[in-house]
Design a protein around this ligand. Structure first.
Ligand code: AMP
Length: 303
């Protein structure tokens, strides 16, 4: 089975409260997603960067086994840029600057060789781009989308259209509250369900994630991490392990989604150990499986 993703590809600058910072590093929702999911299945990327996108960042991505035929370097456009600063708790963050640039333009064409994709992930990007990709895959088996506060604030109507057309939606707790104006995360998830999808996953950073599915509920803690260098991309990495596993197993049942969330938790736990995709580039599938076994042990509460 093949997994296709669209989302941002960006140049990030990240500041953390211990005084560390990473300037102009590889980032973007679809980059973290594709990198993590490549450990489970073949991943196809549809996204655009500008002609200012530096070769040394593109080369960083060469490491991952991802098809980039659908990644367009657009002449005359500029690459998406994001600058964020984390709070002391390493969970909340402020966006200091965001330049949408090419993210505000049309999605590149989908290569013919991607047409048989059955699993679709619409990573955080302009909802117009998410809808444009979705429109091209009427025979899909599963489509899941993510979003972010900026799009909830600026493109609410398009997001509501998107919600009516996806099977699953992943978002973090503050985004769920913002979208639904409901403070209780579980009730917020139910309000999102009422907007259209079959299941909703609400990510709660170091407090794990909950699943509300029309056929059941799940809850998982985060992997207990002692070394959090940079949480950027944790949400996209969570989605990568989740979607990668579902695609690999070709199973979209509630049970499979719960197991998939455990894989998502583990992939995210690696991402946060270094800036950008640096830690993801050091691991292989055996690291993911070993940490999953450790995590499963943590979850065992039988007598
Ligand atoms: P996450 O930490 O999982 O929310 O993802 C962080 C990544 O999202 C960063 O690498 C940013 O480049 C990217 N990003 C930040 N703001 C946006 C936005 N409004 N739309 C799309 N991607 C974004």
């Amino acid at each position: 089975m093949s997994l296709i993703v669209t989302g941002s590809v960006g140049i990030d600058t990240v500041e953390t409260p211990d005084g560390r910072r990473a300037d102009e590093v590889l980032g973007g929702s679809s980059i973290y997603f594709a990198a993590g999911a490549s450990y489970f299945t073949s991943v196809r990327l549809v996204a655009a960067v500008g002609d200012d996108f530096p070769d040394h960042l593109a080369q960083k991505f060469d490491h991952f086994d991802v098809c980039t035929h659908g990644l367009e370097k657009r002449a005359g456009s500029k690459t998406f840029r994001w600058h964020g600063r984390y709070h002391e708790n390493m969970n909340d963050r402020d966006t200091l600057q965001v330049d949408l640039n090419v993210l505000g333009e049309a999605l590149p064409p989908v290569p013919e060789s991607y047409r048989d994709s059955k699993y679709i992930f619409l990573a955080n990007t302009h909802p117009a781009g998410q809808l444009a990709l979705l429109d091209q895959f009427p025979d899909r088996k599963l489509v899941v989308a993510d979003t972010m506060d900026l799009w909830i604030e600026t493109e609410r109507d398009l997001l509501l259209q998107l919600l009516q057309r996806v099977d699953g939606f992943v978002l973090n707790d503050s985004e769920a509250k913002m979208l639904t104006e409901e403070n209780n995360v579980v009730r917020a998830a139910d309000k999102v369900l009422a907007m259209g999808p079959t299941f909703v996953v609400v990510k709660k950073g170091e407090h794990g994630a909950i699943l509300r599915h029309r056929d059941g509920t799940g809850a998982l803690p985060a992997f207990p991490a002692t070394q959090v260098v940079d949480p950027t991309g944790a949400g996209d990495s969570f989605a990568s392990g989740m979607m990668g596993y579902l695609c690999e197993q070709d199973d979209v049942s509630v049970g499979a989604i719960k197991r998939a969330m455990a894989y998502g938790t583990v992939v995210a736990s690696y991402t946060i150990e270094k800036f950008s995709t640096d830690r993801l580039a050091e691991i292989d599938r055996s690291h993911i499986d070993a940490r999953l076994a450790e995590f499963t042990g943590h979850l065992h509460i039988g007598g």
